[in-house]
Ligand binder design. Structure first.
Ligand SMILES: [Zn+2]
Length: 238
């Protein structure tokens, strides 16, 4: 069972699978904390976002928060696994971009499921026609894309009217968005890996919603499971 004291409490059940058993491990390392210029409190809640994990399905807090956002957008009050077995989920055209943590394993079998990932597919140039998808999902990918507004415009373009974009990025609530252009390179993933697709282009802050509205969405909802450790972004294409 999880023993780490969570800021803002902890979710009682996993929004993906319904389990009540959680574990916790630290994820950040000092080099990344320094590059990101995180305070101890900020580092603690990002660690919880990434390292607080359902021991049953493997979802971490950000995946659970994304699952809550997806279910909410579909008017489903229960957990993601149950929604995925509904008829409406089976009718859905769903695009997952760049591996939405552990969520992919639950919806991979849906008839309308498509998956693309970098570097074969860049989020700024999606190889799909306009108005193809009911749901577009990505998780902790947008911070690695140059021109995040262009990437979200592409998500908007491939969504059908009434379709939903749901995603996460790490959000530091006490500051505003900052580009890392002109700053030393910083990488997510694991210490020392320095994979190009883990290079951070944007550090998102309290104005994360502006990126969504600049991309052409007329609305943007932020939701949380454990504030401020986890924030998911949901926007509907009109
Ligand atoms: Zn779970």
């Amino acid at each position: 069972m999880m023993t780490h004291p969570l800021p803002g409490g902890q979710p009682g059940v996993c929004t993906v699978c319904g389990s009540c058993e959680f574990s916790y491990h630290d994820v950040l390392w000092q080099g990344l904390i320094d590059e990101w210029e995180l305070s101890a409190e900020e580092a603690a809640y990002i660690d919880v976002q990434q390292g607080f994990t359902c021991t049953s399905c493997g979802a971490n807090l950000r995946a659970m928060t994304l699952a809550k956002g997806i279910c909410g957008s579909q008017g489903w009050p229960g957990k993601l696994k149950d929604w995925l077995s509904t008829e409406s989920a089976h009718r859905m055209q769903l695009l997952e971009i760049n591996d939405a943590f552990t969520l992919g394993r639950h919806w991979r079998g849906l008839p309308g499921y498509r998956f693309v990932q970098y570097p074969e597919v860049d989020m700024r140039w999606l190889p799909f026609q306009d108005s193809t998808f009911d749901l577009v999902v990505h998780s902790d990918a947008l911070e690695h894309v140059e021109q995040p507004v262009v990437a979200l415009k592409e998500c908007h373009r491939v969504l059908k009217p009434g379709g939903t974009l749901a995603f996460t990025v790490p959000v530091i609530i006490g500051r505003l968005n900052r580009t890392r252009q002109g700053l030393p390179a910083s990488y997510h993933g694991r210490p020392g890996d320095h994979l190009e697709d883990h290079r951070v282009e944007t550090e998102f802050g309290a104005d994360v919603w502006t990126t969504v509205l600049e991309a052409g969405f007329s609305n943007c909802k932020l939701l949380t499971l454990v504030y401020p450790a986890s924030i998911a972004v949901v926007a509907e294409k009109e």
